[in-house]
Design a protein around this ligand. Structure first.
Ligand SMILES: Cc1cc2nc3c(=O)[nH]c(=O)nc-3n(C[C@H](O)[C@H](O)[C@H](O)COP(=O)(O)OP(=O)(O)OC[C@H]3O[C@@H](n4cnc5c(N)ncnc54)[C@H](O)[C@@H]3O)c2cc1C
Length: 360
């Protein structure tokens, strides 16, 4: 979110200084690990759809500089008809006239043999779903920001203050001053935005790569990206994107609460066995050979909606955090919105759902 904000601000002629504690594209926050699902029939709330449509336009624009940055593979959102994954996807698709198909369990098994749905499960198939490459997206935004004159300071921001005369950020490498501040700290939001008392929960989320026993079913072109909702278990995954035949799988919102500076990055054999056992009934040939795993961080709000807006006490400070494990597809449009807020004090994009003051 920070790299995109820097790119949009610099493109509008602002003098930008970005403060980042690690190297751009690093693997210690929330924006790494090969792939992120992008989709339009947004099951969380139809109010996200205009934003995701704008994001797609901006992804297409960014992709001209980095072909392959994102790819539309089709997406399948599965569950019983009353689950959010199914009923929410349908509600968004219908409200916004998005192309989609509803597949029953038999059609799912025929078209996409990787899946073993129960007879009472259905899927909403969306052709314009796919994935984006998160590290490349961050780097592409940084390149744009720097080409437009932005400066990158590699340092830890320790604190910030804002007043009528401007903003100050104290960092481990000195003080940065400016007219306005954009704060996008990801999992570090509870400390960098402590004054707001936002009810954010930071959690460790592991993702796993397996080589399935039927690689053809998982081939790019055959297998869509997917989210599958079962009570207490929501696996999501991708087609095979790796030369070593690895297929990535994760379980949405199934991680332990953590501190971003003290994350346990070790994924144990017991963790691997657990995820293999949980997904085997749904994806019987996926847990073939275990290849590797990584950890990533979610920063989750109570309603799973984002937090985006101007600071209630400092109109020269714009904030974006609490992306609750589903923010990446919005990175370019959030960058654009943050540039609007920082430079114009307002945005024409619909961000009412993300009001900072909604938690009381
Ligand atoms: C396993 C996993 C799977 C996901 N899958 C999807 C998906 O399929 N689709 C989707 O749309 N979303 C997905 N997401 C969510 C999405 O990736 C996140 O919402 C998004 O990356 C959040 O971006 P961010 O900029 O807020 O956080 P980050 O990318 O973590 O950026 C915050 C940055 O701020 C820096 N920072 C923080 N504090 C300081 C400080 N004091 N000083 C200096 N620098 C600081 C950090 O180092 C970091 O670089 C997934 C997330 C995970 C973890």
């Amino acid at each position: 979110m920070g790299s995109a904000a820097a790119a949009h601000l610099a493109a509008r002629g602002a003098e930008v200084v970005a403060v980042e504690q690690f190297e751009p594209g690093h693997d210690r926050g929330s924006s790494h690990g090969e792939s992120r699902i992008i989709r339009q029939a947004y099951f969380e709330d139809p109010a996200y759809v205009p934003l995701v449509l704008r994001s797609y336009e901006l992804w297409e624009d960014l992709e001209r500089e980095d072909p392959g940055l994102f790819l539309l593979t089709g997406g399948l959102f599965l569950g019983r008809p009353e689950t959010d994954a199914v009923s929410g996807s349908l509600a968004s698709a219908r409200e916004h006239g998005l192309p989609h198909q509803v597949l029953d369990a038999g059609e799912i098994r025929r078209r996409f043999p990787a899946f073993a749905p129960r007879d009472d499960e259905v899927g909403v198939y969306e052709e314009r779903s796919g994935f984006v490459r998160p590290e490349r997206a961050v780097l592409a935004h940084w390149r744009r920001a720097r080409a437009a004159g932005a400066e990158l300071v590699t340092a830890r921001a320790l604190s910030w203050t804002a007043g009528d005369d401007g903003v100050r950020v104290e960092t481990s490498a000195g003080t940065v001053e400016g007219d306005r501040l954009v704060v996008t700290p990801g999992a570090w939001a509870p400390t960098m935005l402590a004054d707001l008392g936002l009810p954010l929960v930071v959690s460790r989320q592991a993702v796993f790569w397996f080589r399935p026993t039927d690689p053809a079913a998982y081939a790019l072109g055959a297998q869509p990206v997917f989210v599958w909702e079962r009570p207490g278990l929501s696996p999501y995954g991708f087609p095979c994107l790796d030369e070593d035949g690895g297929v990535k799988i994760g379980l949405h919102h199934r991680g332990a609460v953590t501190d971003p500076d003290e994350v346990d990055r070790v994924v144990t054999a017991a963790d691997v066995a657990e995820v293999a056992d949980l997904v085997r009934p749904l994806l019987p040939t996926l847990p073939g050979t275990y290849l590797r795993a990584i950890t990533c961080l979610y920063t989750t709000t109570p309603d799973h909606d984002f937090v985006i807006g101007l600071h209630p006490h400092h109109r020269n400070v714009a904030i974006a955090c609490g992306f609750s494990g589903h923010g990446f597809k919005f990175v370019p449009v959030v960058g654009e919105v943050l540039a609007d807020l920082a430079l114009d004090g307002t945005t024409a994009r619909p961000i009412g759902l993300f009001d900072l003051t909604r938690f009381g």
